[in-house]
Design a binder for this molecule. Structure first.
Ligand code: DQA
Length: 144
């Protein structure tokens, strides 16, 4: 089982960026926790981050060749990107939406996710645990 974790803009700044909202651990620390869980479940993971919408689109397009599921924290693009939504729909790879914060309890512009309708499900609000939960969720959708 191979799972691709994709992280959108500004997530490279985790740890120093708005720690009250996103916590104090870095993206590298989150990756380590994801790898630990994936190892327990015999899954392989690849972890990437980009600040560029088009790069995320390309990675989603290419994902089908090598992965069985995608876990996507599209960050701010969640709320704006028709291109990411279309890429997920085009490729048809099972995709799980994750967020560290509870987007539904924040500013109104974060309540709407353009990618949610084309994702298998959404895990929000558990800080870095959202990512670890997503490993289990991804395996669940792969095995179905
Ligand atoms: C986020 C929530 C988004 O609204 C925000 O733009 C982010 C991070 C989260 O993980 O909580 O950059 O995706």
């Amino acid at each position: 089982m191979r799972i691709l974790f994709l992280n959108g803009p500004n997530l490279n700044l985790l740890g120093e960026r708005e720690p009250d909202v996103y916590g104090r651990i870095s993206l590298a620390d989150i990756e380590a926790k994801v790898r630990q869980r994936a190892k327990q479940l015999n899954a392989e993971v690849e972890f990437r981050q980009s600040n560029l919408e088009g790069e995320l689109v390309t990675w989603i397009q290419q994902s089908r060749a090598k992965f069985e599921a995608v876990v996507l924290n599209a960050a701010a693009y969640t709320h704006t990107s028709v291109a990411l939504r279309d890429a997920i729909a085009a490729v048809g790879i099972p995709t799980i939406e994750v967020h560290l914060s509870n987007i539904h309890a924040r500013e109104e512009f974060r309540h709407k996710s353009l990618i949610a309708p084309v994702c298998r499900g959404q895990i929000v609000g558990f800080g870095w645990h959202s990512y670890v939960l997503a490993v289990d969720a991804a395996i669940n959708v792969i095995e179905k």
